[in-house]
Design a protein around this ligand. Structure first.
Ligand SMILES: [Zn+2]
Length: 218
């Protein structure tokens, strides 16, 4: 088990791409893993693959289509609208997704001898997704270490920062333009600045505007 090797849970979006660059700075060897659960836009998988290729990162694509079978939702079914009703989780919520992703990423880490797992989950802008919370990730880490009897460390560099601060982190890592131009966050499958109208685009754009404004006035 190598202390300088990490597996990054990677979707090709702003958050996980920023985490990938963060990991490349922290660890000597970085491997990316993308889960295919029949996302609405297969563009997500293509974007992830092309970023990994460009950065020379070994990329594992794992089939998780069972997630779509178990938990149909707005990210995987074109006939389910992206919406959020008052007092409910958004229709983009995939129950148990991070539990499965972290489990499979750790099993992969075990297989390839990596001690570290990096994920871009965040409690600040978490839309109420329960498995993005810090307490969940810590508990999952303990469970996986017991299950595999090894001291894996799950890192969450974005846990306590907002979208503007995530842009700042990308800028500090020297990759703001890369993240802005090459990642896909938009629920309508449009790369870079996206459609500008879906909830994911709104959150991303608002954060970017805040950060650029803050940077401009300093
Ligand atoms: Zn959009």
């Amino acid at each position: 088990m190598k202390n300088d090797k990490a597996v990054v849970v990677f979707s090709g979006g702003q958050d996980s791409t920023t985490c990938l660059f963060w990991a490349m700075k922290q660890f000597k060897e970085v491997v990316a893993v993308t889960f295919n659960y029949n996302q609405r836009h297969s563009a997500e998988i293509e974007v992830a693959s092309s970023i990994a290729k460009e950065l020379g990162i070994q990329h594992h694509l794992l089939d998780m289509s069972l997630l779509n079978q178990l938990a149909p939702n707005a990210l995987t079914r074109a006939d389910i609208e992206i919406e959020q009703k008052d007092g409910e989780l958004p229709s983009t919520f995939v129950p148990g997704r991070n539990l499965l992703f972290l489990s499979f990423a750790t099993i992969l880490a075990n297989q390839i001898g990596a001690k570290h797992i990096v994920t871009g989950v965040c409690e600040t802008d978490f839309s109420g997704y329960p498995d993005c919370r810090d307490a969940f990730v810590k508990s999952c880490n303990v469970t996986l270490n017991l299950a595999l009897d090894k001291p894996f460390v799950i890192h969450t560099p974005l846990m306590w920062i907002n979208k503007a601060e995530t842009w700042k982190l990308a800028d500090d890592l020297g990759v703001l333009n890369f993240v802005r131009e090459k990642t896909l966050t938009c629920y309508n499958g449009i790369i870079a600045d996206g459609c500008g109208e879906c909830p994911a685009c709104e959150l991303r754009q608002k954060g970017l505007n805040e950060y650029l404004h803050e940077k401009g006035v300093k």
